[in-house]
Design a binder for this molecule. Structure first.
Ligand SMILES: [Zn+2]
Length: 293
C-alpha cells in the first residue's frame, strides 16, 4: 500500500503537472470506483485545480469552489500519467482524469479486489470527514507524539499503523521505523521508557523524511511509476531471510493473516525469536486494526 513517502511523491508529481490546469472531465471506466453521488461527477468540468494535498494516505485534488476529489489507493491502486496517444492500461484502469491541455491521469488497480476509491465532495467540512485524525509526526514534535503513543496501550506495530493515531504509516514503514529504533514490534506502548519513546519518535521522523527524499530523488521529473512497498534499500521490510544491514543476522518474520511483519532479532528483540503460535493470541487483539488509513 502506498504510504506517506509514496503519496508525497505522487503529490509532488501531480502538483507540477496539474495545478492551474482545468479538468475537462472524469471518465469512469469502472463506475464502482466513484463512491459518492452528490455532487455529481459532472460538476468537476471546467474547474481549475487549486491544490494537491495528502490526507493520511489519501490524495486530495482541490478544485475551484471547494470541490475536492479524494483518492484512496488502498493496496493495489496506482496513478499513471498518460503520455499523448497512450491508451490507458486495459482492465486495470478504473478512471481517467482529462485536463484541458490534453494531460491525463489514470487511476489503476491491479488484481481483482476493487478497493481503491474516488470520492467527490463539496466544502472543507465534507473533506474533513476523511481525516482519520492521525498525527503528522514530522510536523508535530515529540510531546504530541508521546501523548499519542501513550493514549492507548497497544503493540508498537499496531500503534504506528493505526491511522487514528499516526498519519500515513503502514506495514512497510512501520517495520523500517521499528528496526531503526531498535524496538520490538510487539513491545507495548505502555512499557516503553522515556529513552525508548525518544528513540521511536526520532526513528519515525528520520525514516519518513529519508524515504520521502529518496523517492523524490528517484522519481526526478518523471511521474512515479514504480510505487511498491518492497525496495532494495529497505533494512528489514520484505527482506525475510536476508542479512540485517546493521548486524548481519537474518531478518525474521511474523506471519499473521494477510500480513507479514519483518524484524531483526539481534537489533530489536535481544535475540528472541517471536514465535508465530504464541503471537497469534496476542496479535488477535493487537495486529494493525485497519488498512483503511
Ligand atoms: Zn540487526
Amino acid at each position: 500500500m502506498p504510504e506517506l513517502p509514496d503519496v508525497e511523491v505522487y503529490r509532488e508529481a501531480l502538483r507540477r503537472r496539474i495545478v492551474g490546469r482545468r479538468l475537462a472531465r472524469v471518465e469512469l471506466v469502472n463506475p464502482f470506483v466513484l463512491r459518492t453521488a452528490v455532487p455529481p461527477i459532472e460538476s468537476v468540468v471546467d474547474r481549475q485545480v487549486r491544490a494537491i494535498r495528502r490526507l493520511g494516505k489519501r490524495i486530495v485534488i482541490t478544485l475551484d469552489d471547494a470541490l475536492h476529489i479524494v483518492i484512496h489507493l488502498m493496496i493495489a491502486g496506482r496513478l499513471r500519467w498518460l503520455d499523448p496517444q497512450k491508451k490507458p492500461p486495459g482492465r486495470i484502469t478504473l478512471a481517467v482524469l482529462h485536463f484541458d491541455d490534453g494531460g491525463r491521469i489514470a487511476l489503476t488497480e491491479a488484481g481483482t479486489k476493487r478497493r481503491a476509491s474516488l470520492h467527490l465532495v463539496h466544502g472543507d467540512e465534507a473533506l474533513a470527514a476523511f481525516d482519520m485524525g492521525g498525527l503528522e509526526v514530522e510536523a508535530a514534535g515529540f510531546d504530541a507524539f508521546e501523548r499519542r503513543l501513550q493514549s492507548e496501550n497497544h503493540t508498537l506495530k499496531r500503534a504506528l499503523t493505526d491511522p487514528r493515531l499516526f498519519s500515513g504509516i503502514g506495514n512497510a514503514y512501520s517495520d523500517e521505523i521499528l528496526h531503526r529504533a531498535k524496538l520490538s514490534p510487539l513491545a507495548l506502548t505502555s512499557k516503553l521508557d522515556a529513552a525508548q519513546r525518544r528513540r521511536l519518535h526520532a526513528a519515525t521522523v528520520e525514516v519518513l523524511r529519508e524515504w520521502t527524499a529518496r523517492l523524490l530523488a528517484q522519481a526526478g521529473d518523471a511521474f512515479p511509476d514504480k510505487v511498491t512497498a518492497f525496495r532494495p534499500e529497505m533494512a528489514v521490510h520484505g527482506r525475510y531471510g536476508q542479512p540485517c544491514p546493521v548486524c548481519g543476522a537474518k531478518v525474521q518474520r511474523i506471519v499473521y493473516a494477510e500480513n507479514e511483519c519483518n524484524y531483526c532479532a539481534v537489533c530489536q528483540t535481544n535475540g528472541v525469536l517471536l514465535a508465530d503460535r504464541a503471537l497469534s493470541r496476542l496479535l488477535h487483539a493487537s495486529w494493525p486494526r485497519s488498512i483503511d488509513g
